[in-house]
Write a protein that binds this ligand. Sequence first.
Ligand SMILES: *Cc1c(COP(=O)(O)O)cnc(C)c1O
Length: 411
Amino acid sequence: MINISDKIKKASQEAIHLCKKEFEKIEEIKEYNQKKVLEAFIKCGVSESHFTATTGYGYNDRGRDTLDKVYSTAFSTQDALVRHNFVNGTHALTVALFGILRPGDEIISITGTPYDTLKSVIGSESDDEGSLKNFGISFKYVELNKDGTFNYEKIKNAISNKTKAIYIQRSRGYSLRKSLSYKDINDICLFIKKVSKKIIAIVDNCYGEFVEKEEPSCADLMVGSLIKNPGGGIAPTGGYIAGKKEFVNLCSYRLTSPGTGKEVGATLGLNRELFMGTFNSPNVVGEALKTAIFSSALFQILGFDVYPKYNESRHDIIECIVLKDEDLLIKFCQGIQKGSPIDSFVTPQPWDMPGYDSQIIMAAGAFTLGSSIELSADAPVKDPYAVWLQGGTNFYSSKIGIMLAADNILK
Ligand SMILES: *Cc1c(COP(=O)(O)O)cnc(C)c1O
C-alpha cells in the first residue's frame, strides 16, 4: 500500500549503510541515558500511588513532587518544576525570565537573537505590552562567531553591572547555525561566573534533552517543553524548569503565587503520563536522532545541502535540508504528511502564519497537537527554501515518512 520508488529504496539502503556507525553511537547514548533515568525512578521511589489524581489546590500531590525529584536527579540539578500547567516551551521560558528578572535589570542573549516566539516576550519598540521591556527590563544580544562558537571577548565586554542574566539557546532553532553541546554551555557558564558570580545563566534546552550523555547543568536554570524530548511523545502538554533551588523557587512564585510556589497545582490525573513520557524519553530521543541522521544521509546522497551532516556531532534533534526550490519544499512537506500515522490524507499548504514575514508550510501527523518529538517538518516559504525536520518517536515509521518525502520531490 505504501509505494516507494526503487530509486529511493536503493538510496535509502545506501544511507542506512552510511549511518551504521552513527546509529551505534546513538544506541550507546540511549543505553547510558536510559540507565540514568531508571536510576532516578528507583532513587526517588516512584510508585503506582504517585499516579493518583489531585484536584482543587492540589496540596500534597506526592506524584507531582516526586516527578520534580526525578527530573532534578536525572538532570543533576538541585531542583525542578515540572508542570502540565506550562502551556508550551515559550511559557516555561517566560516564567523563568519573569521569575528571575526585576525592573532595571538587563539580560543578554549570547546566542544571537532568540527563538521567534520569544521576541514578543522580550518586547520591541512598536509592541511591548506585557513584555519584559514593558516591565523595565532591557535586552541585548551578542552574535555567535561565524563558526558557531561563543564570542568570549564580546560577551565579556557586553556584561555590565546592570546584567542580571545571560540567555543561551542550545538548539539551532530555525537557523543554519550549529547547536551547542552541553560542554560548550557548561564552559561558557563557568566563564561567565568568573566575570561576575552574580549573573544567572538561563539555558533554553528545547530539543536538547537526552541527546548527549549530560545536560548543561552548570547553568543556573534549564528550560524545556514536554511536547518535545523529555515528554517522550507521551506527555500531552507541559514544560519544565530545572536548576538551582533558589531560582527554581522564584520561578514557581511566578507560575503560581509568591508564598505558595511549588506547593500547589492539581495534577488532574496527568502524573502517570508525565512519568511514563520521562521514562521513555531517552529511547524516543534516540529514535528521533536516528531519523535525523538517516534523513541527513539520504538527502546528501540525493545531492542536497544538509545541516548537520550525518556524521557530525549532534546536540539537538533537528535536521535542516536545503531544497533551494519552492515546489520541492512543498512536496517534501506533503510527502512527510503522507507517511504520518494521523491525518495522512491531509495535504499541507503554505499559509500566512501570524508573526512571520513569509508564508509557512508545516507537516505533522501527530498524536499530540504541535508535538515536535513526533515526526514533523516546518519551513518558511522563502530563500533558501530549507526545511527543518525533527522528531520521530519510532525510527522505522519515520524512515518511511522521510522516504515518501524524498520520493515526492523526485516526482
Ligand atoms: C520549541 C522551542 C521553544 C518553545 O516553543 P514552543 O512552541 O512554545 O514550545 C523555544 N526555543 C526553542 C529553541 C525551541 O525549539
